[in-house]
Design a protein around this ligand. Structure first.
Ligand code: NAI
Length: 286
C-alpha cells in the first residue's frame, strides 16, 4: 500500500508545504492537507477554479491530487480550550472541527491512519519588531503558533501514525545565528522547534517507532516570507555568499522531505538537515 501524508500549512502554491506535498505525491503518497481556517476559502476556490493546475503537474505529467483539505488552526488544541470570541469570529464560524485534536479525529475517521506528518507553518505577530522590543504576548504567540503547534500535532496524530512513520518540520538558521529582521521571538521559536526535534525524536521513537526530523531551509519567496519584509535581501545574500551560488527552489526542500519520510532515511531521526545551498557552513560572507 502507498503511504499517506498529512501536511499542515498549505494555503497556496508558493510555500514549502505545497512543494513537499508535490514531492511526496510524486513518490506515490496520498496527500491530505491542513489549511489555516482564515485562508481556507481562497485556497479551495483557487484550487477548484484551476488556478494551481500548472503547479500541480508532477514529473510523470499527471496532476497532484489532494484527497482532502481540513480546516486547521494549530494554535488551538481542542474546543474546550478555544476562546468564545475565536469560535464566533466570522472567519471561523463557517468552518468546524479545526482544532488539532478534532482534525486528528476527523483524519482517523476518514482514513484510519497516516504514515507521514509534515509541519510547514509559522506565525509571529511581531516578527518585524526586534527581540528587545517584543511584547510578552507577541513572544508567546510566536512560540505557540510556530513551536508548540508541532508538539500538539505530534501528540494528537501519533496514535494514528503507523510504526515506521516519519514527521518533518521546517526551521530557519536564525535559531542559531544572528539574522537581524527575524524578530518578534521567531528566532526563539525556531530554536525551540529544533531542540524539541531532539527530545521528540527520543519520545516518539521509543513510544511509537516514529522518526522526527527538521529541515533548516534557505530563503524562499513564500507568502509568509514576503510578510516579514526582507526576503529579497536574504535571497541575494545567499546568492552572494553560499558555497552553491544558485537559486534555491522549493522543490529541493520538497525532495529532501520526501527522502526523510522514506525508508531510505530509516536510521535518521532527531536531525536538523540543512537545505540551503550550504550557506550555514560559511563563517564570513565573501
Ligand atoms: P507559507 O506562507 O507557504 O506557509 C506558512 C503557512 O502557515 C501558511 O499556509 C499559513 O496559512 C499557515 N499558518 C499560519 N498560522 C497558522 C495556524 N495557526 N494554524 C495553521 N496554519 C497556520 O510560507 P513558508 O515560508 O513556506 O513557511 C513554511 C515553513 O517554512 C514555516 O515553518 C517557515 O518558518 C519555514 N521556513 C521558511 C523559509 C522561507 O524563507 N520562506 C526559510 C526557512 C524556514
Amino acid at each position: 500500500r502507498g503511504k499517506r501524508a498529512f501536511i499542515a500549512g498549505v494555503a497556496d502554491d508558493n510555500g514549502y508545504g505545497w512543494a513537499i506535498a508535490k514531492s511526496l505525491a510524486a513518490a506515490g503518497a496520498e496527500i491530505l492537507v491542513g489549511t489555516w481556517v482564515p485562508a481556507l476559502n481562497i485556497f479551495e476556490n483557487s484550487l477548484r477554479r484551476g488556478k494551481f493546475d500548472e503547479s500541480r503537474v508532477l514529473p510523470d505529467g499527471s496532476l497532484m491530487e489532494i484527497s482532502k483539505i481540513y480546516p486547521l488552526d494549530a494554535v488551538y488544541d481542542n474546543p474546550e480550550d478555544t476562546p468564545e470570541d475565536v469560535k464566533s469570529n466570522k472567519r471561523y464560524a463557517g468552518s468546524s472541527k479545526w482544532t488539532v485534536q478534532e482534525v486528528a479525529e476527523s483524519v482517523k475517521q476518514d482514513f484510519g491512519s497516516i504514515d507521514i506528518l509534515v509541519h510547514s507553518l509559522a506565525n509571529g505577530p511581531e516578527v518585524s519588531k526586534p527581540l528587545l522590543e517584543t511584547s510578552r504576548n507577541g513572544y508567546l504567540a510566536a512560540l505557540s503558533a510556530s513551536s508548540y503547534s508541532f508538539i500538539s500535532l505530534l501528540k494528537h496524530f501519533i496514535p494514528i501514525m503507523n510504526p515506521g512513520g516519519a514527521t518533518i518540520s521546517l526551521t530557519y538558521m536564525a535559531s542559531e545565528r544572528i539574522i537581524p529582521g527575524y524578530g518578534g521571538g521567531m528566532s526563539s521559536a525556531k530554536a525551540a522547534l529544533e531542540s524539541d526535534t531532539h527530545v521528540l525524536a527520543f519520545e516518539a521513537g521509543r513510544k511509537h517507532k516514529v522518526r522526527v526530523n527538521t529541515i533548516s531551509a534557505g530563503p524562499l519567496r513564500s507568502r509568509a516570507a514576503k510578510a516579514i519584509g526582507f526576503i529579497d535581501m536574504m535571497i541575494d545574500y545567499s546568492l552572494q555568499n553560499a558555497p552553491l551560488q544558485k537559486d534555491l527552489s522549493a522543490e529541493e526542500v520538497g525532495n529532501t522531505a520526501a527522502f526523510l519520510a522514506s525508508p531510505l532515511a530509516s536510521a535518521i531521526t532527531g536531525a536538523v538537515v540543512y537545505v540551503d545551498n550550504g550557506l550555514n557552513a560559511m563563517g564570513v560572507g565573501v
